[in-house]
Write a protein that binds this ligand. Structure first.
Ligand SMILES: *Cc1c(COP(=O)(O)O)cnc(C)c1O
Length: 335
């Protein structure tokens, strides 16, 4: 299968599987898993944080961050289209009694800081206490500029807010900007990284932050049933991903640009409303086209897409090559 649905569909390569097979393991709830410890220490140091915790998913990493920063009756500011507002089943509200205060994202994915300031609640018992600003980078495949991140940091310092980054695809941002990951990470009090998206590990995310924050997050992880035992098998894949699969993300970005160009050659497909900055490609599909029928036909030819009209999303990753893109274009033109 050639799978354009997401970069979560990647499968571990032989070398990754080999390191998993050879991983030294122990019971991580006792703190005894040397490979998990190695990953957490490596990740904390690599990204310029005091500590890290390895967790099952990006959703759990965001939830732990919000619950570790906030208490019941607090709130976090986030984008209307933020993953940790829209796509995480309302976890912070349901499990932490922390309310989101969403604010419309700008066209470039950022949150206007002047607008954000008007959403910060005064210290008054009518209101939830505004504690945290949560950004996302990349967001919808778009990269937040380093300049903007510095402004967001200054904004949070001024308003005495904590600053969190949902960095599920933060390595795509760093590679697109051609900067070290720390140039992005340095602005945040906490940051998540998905190892299981473009980085190609089968399972796992990291939450990074201060020692005190990660100490709190570990308790919350246990509470949520996220304490894992011989998790070194998975941590080994994460280490492998961080060591081997970062630089190659630029291939995914090049392939995404190529995919967007080629899609424009197909009648009824138009990507001109969208910029390709990283590995996500958005395309508008003319309403005369039965894209759901096309998606079914593509499956018969071993190609998977998520059908849609306005802003249909296709994703490049280590399982998609230029030849695969040519196959998709050929199949679409032949239908
Ligand atoms: C995928 C994703 C997550 C959540 O990751 P899961 O591992 O699927 O829970 C969080 N934030 C963003 C921006 C994502 O793309």
């Amino acid at each position: 299968m050639i799978d354009f649905r997401s970069d979560t569909v990647t499968k571990p390569c032989k070398n990754m599987l080999q390191t998993m097979l050879e991983a030294e393991v122990g019971d991580d709830v006792y703190g005894d898993d040397p490979t998990v410890n190695q990953l957490e220490q490596f990740a904390a140091h690599r990204h310029g944080f005091e500590a890290a915790v390895f967790v099952s998913s990006g959703t759990q990493a965001n939830l732990l961050a919000i619950l570790a920063h906030c208490e019941r009756g607090d709130e976090y500011l986030c984008g209307q289209s933020a993953h940790n507002y829209r796509y995480e089943a309302g976890g912070a509200a349901v499990l932490g009694s922390v309310q989101p205060q969403p604010v419309e994202n700008e066209a470039d994915g950022s949150l206007d800081l002047k607008k954000l300031a008007t959403y910060i609640k005064p210290d008054d018992f009518h209101f939830a206490r505004t504690k945290l600003l949560s950004l996302e980078n990349t967001i919808g495949g778009q990269v937040l500029s380093l300049d903007y991140l510095a402004q967001a940091r200054a904004f949070c310092d001024f308003h005495k807010l904590q600053l969190h980054l949902d960095g599920a695809r933060v390595y795509n941002a760093a590679v697109a900007l051609e900067v070290d990951i720390r140039a992005i990470a340095q602005h945040f009090d906490s940051m998540t990284i998905c190892l299981s998206k473009g980085l190609g590990a089968p399972v796992g995310s990291l939450l990074l932050g201060s020692k005190a924050l990660i100490y709190k997050a570990r308790r919350l992880r246990k509470m949520l049933g996220g304490g894992m035992r011989q998790a070194g098998i998975l941590a080994a894949a994460g280490l492998y991903a961080l060591e081997n699969n970062v630089e190659r993300l630029c291939e995914d970005h090049q392939n995404a640009r190529y995919l967007a160009e080629r899609l424009n050659e197909v009648d009824g497909f138009n990507t001109s409303a969208y910029q390709v900055q990283t590995n996500l490609v958005y395309v508008d599909v003319a309403s005369e086209i039965d894209i759901h029928k096309i998606a079914k036909k593509l499956v018969e030819q071993g190609i998977q897409i998520t059908p849609g009209y306005q802003g249909m999303r296709l994703v490049t990753h280590l399982g998609v090559s230029r030849v695969d893109i040519d196959k998709l274009i050929h199949a679409l033109n032949a239908l």
